[in-house]
Structure formats: structure tokens, C-alpha cells
Design a protein around this ligand. Structure first.
Ligand SMILES: O=C(O)C(=O)C[C@]1(C(=O)O)C=C[C@@H](O)C=C1
Length: 114
């Protein structure tokens, strides 16, 4: 037992080791999400330049089917995986909509003359 707070030393050591791994995993998740958003920002610009709609529901349906299967194989709750993907995609669509409202560099100013 620890004299200060009464917690067993080995329990504290195990908790610390597990938390170190959790911190590493969280860092990896942040870096992976940052890379994903770099890609989706490029998709957003491409879509805006070619006047494509921000959302693509059929692509989303395929992604969800694929992710649910991956989750099941990885013993992760597929419903959670689906919710997470939907949460990320909703943010991406918000970004796409923002980009679509921005003027396209080099394009004529359509708003000026009508
Ligand atoms: O693939 C696209 O068309 C995207 O815009 C990317 C993305 C995604 O984040 O994966 C986002 C919105 C679409 O509805 C589908 C997929």
C-alpha cells in the first residue's frame, strides 16, 4: 500500500502503463484525423471548383457498410463505428459547404454582373 493515498503500488504502476498507451493511441487518432481532414479539404476544393454537391450519400452508404464490417472483425461495436463515421462526415460536409461559399480563385466574379 502507498502510504500517502493507500493505493497499491502495483495497481498504480499498471494504471500508469495503461494510461501511457491510451495517450499514445489518442495521439495517433488525432494525427490520423488531421491527415483525413487534409484529404477532405482537397476533396472540398475539388467539389467546389466543379460545382459538385458537398454530400455524396451513396459513397457514405458504402463507407458505412465497409466500416461496420471492419469494426465487427476488430471486435468493436459496429453501431459505435457508424456513429463515429457519421460524426466525422457531418463535420466534413460542413467544411465542404464553407469552401463552396468561398470565391473560387481565378474564376470570374459572377456576383458582380449578375
Ligand atoms: O468522398 C467524398 O465525396 C467526400 O466528400 C468525403 C466524405 C468523407 O468524409 O468521407 C464526406 C462527404 C461525403 O458525403 C462522402 C464522403
Amino acid at each position: 500500500m502507498n502510504e500517502i493515498d493507500g493505493t497499491d503500488e502495483s495497481v498504480r504502476a499498471q494504471l500508469e502503463e495503461l494510461r501511457d498507451s491510451i495517450d499514445n493511441i489518442d495521439a495517433a487518432v488525432v494525427h490520423m484525423l488531421a491527415e483525413r481532414f487534409k484529404c477532405t479539404q482537397r476533396v472540398g476544393r475539388l467539389k467546389a471548383e466543379h460545382r459538385l454537391p458537398p454530400a455524396d450519400p451513396s459513397r457514405e452508404a458504402r463507407q458505412i457498410t465497409r466500416l461496420r464490417e471492419l469494426a465487427e472483425n476488430a471486435k468493436l461495436d459496429p453501431a459505435f463505428a457508424e456513429k463515429l463515421l457519421n460524426f466525422v462526415i457531418a463535420e466534413v460536409i460542413r467544411h465542404h459547404e464553407t469552401i463552396a461559399r468561398e470565391p473560387v480563385p481565378g474564376a470570374a466574379d459572377e456576383g458582380r454582373d449578375g
